[in-house]
Design a protein around this ligand. Structure first.
Ligand SMILES: [Zn+2]
Length: 392
């Protein structure tokens, strides 16, 4: 079904700016660093129950903060559109929410509790207006999103357990591009160790491995490897890369340390297998260790897999039409520079997932803000997309 002027009118009347702002403030006023989003999840569940929804709370591997799941089902044939948000915030000091003109400020306002509030408002508006003629909407909210404290495993588990729609919308703060491809990302820490304790340099055995030299060799190999990888290029997502961000060893100038460590990232392209990317890295590290008589422990964490939006999926056309219906031109296509939950939907279930949310700023800082008119726009857009997408 298409969103005509009458349907858009109904949606516009049903979206309540006041209720949306209340929801966003309610979510933002609960401190919820990654791993500890239980209390804010309870608050969201309570809010949805008060609105009459039968809320499910699957633990999905994280009993500290069971996920929040609510459904709006028309009971008629059609597709299910999922609205998905994370309720956790990065581990920075808590900044209480506040209203500042046309903005909400505070921890999680941009990333992404207010956006999740806009998705909730879209759900309520669809229910109140009755404009959804088929299919349904699934709302999911979860913890464990932000790396390195979270590993995305709670959402992974929901997807694997079938708590998912046919396609998903994610109200993160990306709003000026429709991201159609993005690189996967892992972080690593390689720790090089030799036998024995740190000693004064004049006391060490002549054939003792020098962990700093081994660290330097590992850096040299990774930099050379990155050179090679940069030739492997996706027209949208960009290049593969292997990056070193820090290198540490030693305490004073004349002590021979027994340990050296380095950290960085590895990024790869859509279509590659994350496990093979990791195995290749391990071979490189093992080669350096074997040649140096040191041990190298590689801690390697896949943050999210690579991402592609299947442009032929009906979600894409529905989203574009909803954009036009709500008075805008369809967004230009581009890269997703950061990894997000869209990668999980695509890599684990082959689902189309569009990341689009309210304009905001200061994510991962103490100065977060989100635009209230943008929250209202996103609530209408999500409702209109559901109307376009769900009824076949
Ligand atoms: Zn986020």
């Amino acid at each position: 079904m298409a969103v005509g002027a009458d349907v858009l009118d109904s949606i516009t009347r049903a979206v309540s700016r006041e209720r949306l702002v209340d929801t966003a403030l309610r979510l933002c006023e609960v401190y919820s660093p990654t791993g500890s989003a239980g209390e804010v999840a309870d608050a969201l569940a309570e809010l949805l129950r008060r609105e009459g929804f039968a809320v499910e709370r699957p633990e999905a591997g994280w009993p500290t903060a069971p996920a929040v799941v609510a459904r709006l089902d028309t009971g008629r044939p059609g597709r299910t559109l999922q609205f998905n948000g994370h309720l956790d915030t990065v581990h920075l000091p808590f900044v209480k929410p506040a209203l500042r003109g046309e903005q909400i400020t505070g921890s999680g306002s941009a990333d992404m509790k207010a956006g999740t509030g806009a998705a909730v408002e879209a759900l309520l508006a669809l229910r109140d207006s009755g404009v959804l003629s088929g299919g349904g909407v699934l709302l999911t909210a979860h913890d464990l999103h932000e790396a390195p404290w979270g590993d995305g495993s709670q959402l992974d588990r929901l997807i694997d357990d079938g708590v998912r729609g046919d396609a998903a919308l994610i109200p993160e703060y990306l709003c000026d591009t429709l991201a159609i491809a993005g690189r996967g990302q892992a972080t690593y820490r390689a720790t090089i160790r030799r036998a024995g304790l740190p000693v004064h340099e004049v006391m060490r055995a002549a054939d003792d491995p020098n962990v700093i030299a081994v660290g330097a060799e590992l850096v040299r190999r990774i930099v050379a490897w990155n050179e090679q990888l940069s030739g492997d290029h996706d027209p949208v997502a960009g290049c593969q890369s292997a990056f070193v961000g820090q290198l540490h060893a030693g305490e004073i100038y004349n002590q021979s340390p027994s340990e050296c460590w380095l950290e960085g990232t590895r990024r790869w392209l859509p279509g590659m297998k994350a496990a093979e990317v990791e195995a290749e890295f391990r071979r490189l590290v093992d080669g350096v260790a074997a040649a140096s008589r040191t041990s190298i422990e590689l801690r390697y964490q896949v943050v999210r897999d690579a991402f592609r939006l299947p442009l032929e999926d009906p979600l894409v056309a529905a989203f574009d039409r909803a954009f036009v219906a709500t008075g805008r031109q369809p967004l230009p296509r581009g890269a997703k520079r950061f990894v997000d939950d869209g990668s999980s939907f695509w890599a684990r279930a082959g689902m189309a997932a569009i990341t689009h949310g309210p304009q905001g700023g200061g994510a991962h800082t103490l100065e977060e803000w989100v635009s209230i008119p943008e929250l209202v726009r996103v609530a209408k857009l999500y409702a209109a997309t559901a109307v376009e997408y769900c009824s076949q």
